[in-house]
Design a protein around this ligand. Structure first.
Ligand code: NAD
Ligand code: TDX
Length: 397
């Protein structure tokens, strides 16, 4: 029997992780969800899970010491998985301070409460000792490594020779890339936005608790996720929403920036593996060798929606525009994001080699699954955009 504290599970990745572990572990787990329910957190996302007797929901801030220490007093927490964060780069440009408060100070608060609850005494050298089986996992991002250069303007196909890479890209003989370098766990940290700086600060304090207090921790650094319950301020869900409404599709700069996309459930599986099998104190990069330029993501999304509307007319009922409007003329190039990172590309060899993880969802399948989910869950979209998000959205565009 394991008890998890999952923070930020009313948000995109945390909710997908919660759903994944509840299915996987049957009666063997209990999960305490701690979420502040910011604009990005929505109880509708986890409404079925909230009815599950294995789940307890606590509304509150990860930075609230009294509340978090009470959770550790009330429950014998084994695993902490910290998803809670301010996660949107554009918002970090308009309000950096909130990002530092939640992402850095909030992280330190949970760590410290866990440390107090898990400590059993001190060893001969003065280091704290901990109850066995405990672990704190910090969900981090590839953005802490900064920005890679783009060496190719067009997608470049690399023949796979490395045996570990072959296990990651099962079935593919070539990978598409836009540059020669990849982020490994040894890549120096070089964050460039207030968001990524705050995530880096969080990683460093987690590492410091490990070095100074020997806290049992892991850090995972994942590339861009996509999938169900993704908040429609992020590129893919925003584009889907705008296409269905016949609105323009804002592409920053020239649309040349490259992201490395991973289906959210593959991320959830990786976190579960690191929790259970990851070596204490280690950092694991997570990504699927799936680089693409933003403009191509937008074009593929338009094409896939148009095709689905054609093949399955039942979907047309969600359109708030004419079918004939779904084409590339919707694309509009807008001013670039300040300090816009050019390229992210993760090398996930370490997690593949040590833990046997690989992404199971090819991008073409994942994007179609995601689009179908949005077509079938428009009520969820309406619900999440009716709150504070609406005000923010109106200010931005
Ligand atoms: P999200 O914005 O969808 O969800 C964040 C959740 O945290 C929301 O439910 C929100 O209510 C909650 N939250 C925010 N501040 C809080 C606070 N002070 N106390 C308690 N709860 C709070 O984010 P996401 O996309 O699901 O990302 C989850 C985590 O994964 C973040 O730490 C993010 O940095 C990291 N990450 C995201 C991606 C991605 O592509 N989305 C990739 C790599 C890493
Ligand atoms: O309207 C848009 N137009 C556009 O061109 C938006 C919202 C984004 N973009 C571009 C900016 C990025 O190059 O698309 C790319 C993806 O943007 P986002 O969806 O905002 O994601 P990104 O900035 O890459 O960050 C995401 O991945 C890493 C998550 O939001 C982070 O939380 C995670 O750490």
């Amino acid at each position: 029997m394991r008890t998890y504290l999952v923070t930020g599970a009313a948000g995109f990745i945390g909710a997908n992780f919660l759903k994944y572990i509840l299915v996987k572990y049957g009666e063997d787990i209990k999960v305490i969800v701690l979420d502040k329910l910011t604009y990005a957190g929505n109880l509708g996302t986890i409404k079925n899970e909230l009815k599950d007797p294995r789940v307890r929901f606590v509304k509150g801030d990860i930075g609230n010491t009294e509340l978090v220490s009470q959770i550790f007093a009330d429950y014998d927490i084994d695993f902490v998985v910290n998803f809670a964060a301010e996660s949107h780069v554009d918002r970090s440009i308009t309000n950096p301070q909130l990002f530092l408060e939640t992402n850095i100070l909030g992280t330190q608060n949970i760590l410290n409460c866990a440390k107090i609850a898990w400590t059993t005494g001190t060893d001969k050298e003065g280091y704290p000792t901990y109850r066995s089986g405990k672990k704190y996992l910090q969900v981090s991002t590839d953005e802490v490594y900064g920005s890679l250069s783009k060496d190719y303007d067009e997608p470049h196909l690399l023949v796979i020779e490395d045996e570990v890479v072959k296990t990651v890209v099962k079935g593919r003989t070539k990978i598409q890339t836009y540059g020669k370098k990849y982020f490994t766990e040894e890549t120096p940290l070089d964050p460039r936005s207030p968001y990524s700086a705050s995530k880096t600060g969080a990683d460093l304090i987690v590492k410091a608790y490990h070095e100074t207090f020997r806290m049992p921790i892991n850090i995972t650094r994942c590339s861009n996720n996509y999938g169900p319950y993704h908040f429609p301020e992020k590129l893919i869900p925003l584009i889907i929403k705008n296409i269905l409404e016949g609105r323009l599709l804002p592409v920053y700069g020239k649309g040349e920036n490259v992201r490395d996309w991973l289906y959210v459930e593959d991320h959830a599986k990786a976190i579960d593996m690191v929790l259970n099998k990851g070596r204490i104190g280690e950092i694991y990069n997570i990504g699927g060798f799936n680089e693409e330029q933003n403009i191509n993501i937008v074009k593929l999304t338009i094409k896939t929606i148009a095709r689905l509307m054609d093949e399955e007319p039942k979907y047309r009922k969600v359109l708030k525009t004419d079918l004939s409007n779904i084409n590339e003329t919707l694309i509009t190039f807008v001013g670039d994001r300040l300090g816009h990172d050019m390229r992210y590309a993760i090398d996930p060899s370490k997690i593949a080699k040590e833990l046997g993880w690989y992404p199971e969802t090819p991008f073409e399948k994942g994007i179609e699954k995601t689009i179908r989910w949005y077509l079938e869950n428009q009520d969820w979209v309406e619900e999440v955009i009716s709150g504070d998000y609406q005000k923010y959205y109106e200010q931005m565009y």
